[in-house]
Design a protein around this ligand. Structure first.
Ligand code: ATP
Ligand code: MG
Length: 204
């Protein structure tokens, strides 16, 4: 058996700049000869993408929403994440369970104990090795998104909602400082990228 891969997740409010920077990191890792599996939540599998479409476009109770996120996650872990890590690939996931704590618990008030129970049921001991938290002012993120595309059900929430999401992420990062790396994305893309890559060099 070769060495197990590295599981990295990317978090932050909508429009924080995740896609932009994951592109850069993926390119760098491939140049280094690393096998990269790029994926996202909700989604990552055919069934997960079908669940994603429901989550982003249908209104629903927060319990339904949370269960659907974990249903998609169970597929994602068993079919994509675990097999990739087992063969030594690096998995780059645009969002994972920290997003459930930030959006459903932090911003919508869903009880953390329910998420903890689902996390343990669905993930067992699986946790990301590193989590990059893209931290940006909600007003700046909203402005960037409005320039580029039509917004989905989560993205049309108000600034207050995203302030709560951001705060929940920061609180979680403070509780688990060795897993989290906070990246200030209020700044120029090139600067943000340099900082991310210099952190990523430490993970190799
Ligand atoms: N540091 C930056 N400065 C200015 N604009 C940026 C920066 N980073 C990203 N952008 C632009 O902001 C928009 C949103 O960025 P991006 O799609 O990477 O965010 P995201 O976090 O992936 O969003 P989502 O959560 O919706 O997937 C894009 O048009 C992107 O080019
Ligand atoms: Mg994105």
């Amino acid at each position: 058996m070769g060495q197990r891969g590295v599981f990295i997740t990317f978090e932050g409010i909508d429009g924080a700049g995740k896609t932009t920077q994951i592109d850069a990191l993926e390119q760098w890792l491939k140049q280094e000869g690393v096998e990269v599996v790029r994926t996202r939540e909700p989604g990552g599998t055919p069934l997960g993408e079908a669940i994603r479409a429901m989550l982003l476009h249908e209104g629903m109770h927060v319990t339904t929403e949370t269960l659907l996120f974990f249903a998609a996650r169970a597929e994602h872990i068993s079919r994509v994440i675990e097999p990739a890590l087992a063969r030594g690939a690096w998995v780059l996931s645009d969002r994972f369970t920290d997003a459930t704590y930030a959006y459903q618990v932090g911003a919508k008030g869903y009880p953390a104990r329910h998420v903890e129970a689902l996390e343990s049921l669905v993930q067992g001991d699986l946790q990301p090795d590193h989590t990059v938290l893209f931290d940006v002012e909600p007003e700046i993120a909203a402005e960037r998104l409005a320039r580029v595309r039509e917004l989905d059900r989560f993205e049309t929430e108000d600034v207050e909602f995203f302030r709560n999401v951001r705060q929940a992420y920061l609180t979680r990062a403070a509780q688990m400082p060795s897993r989290f790396f906070i990246l200030n994305t209020n700044r120029d893309k090139e600067l943000v990228c340099e900082e991310l890559l210099s952190e990523a060099r430490k993970w190799r």
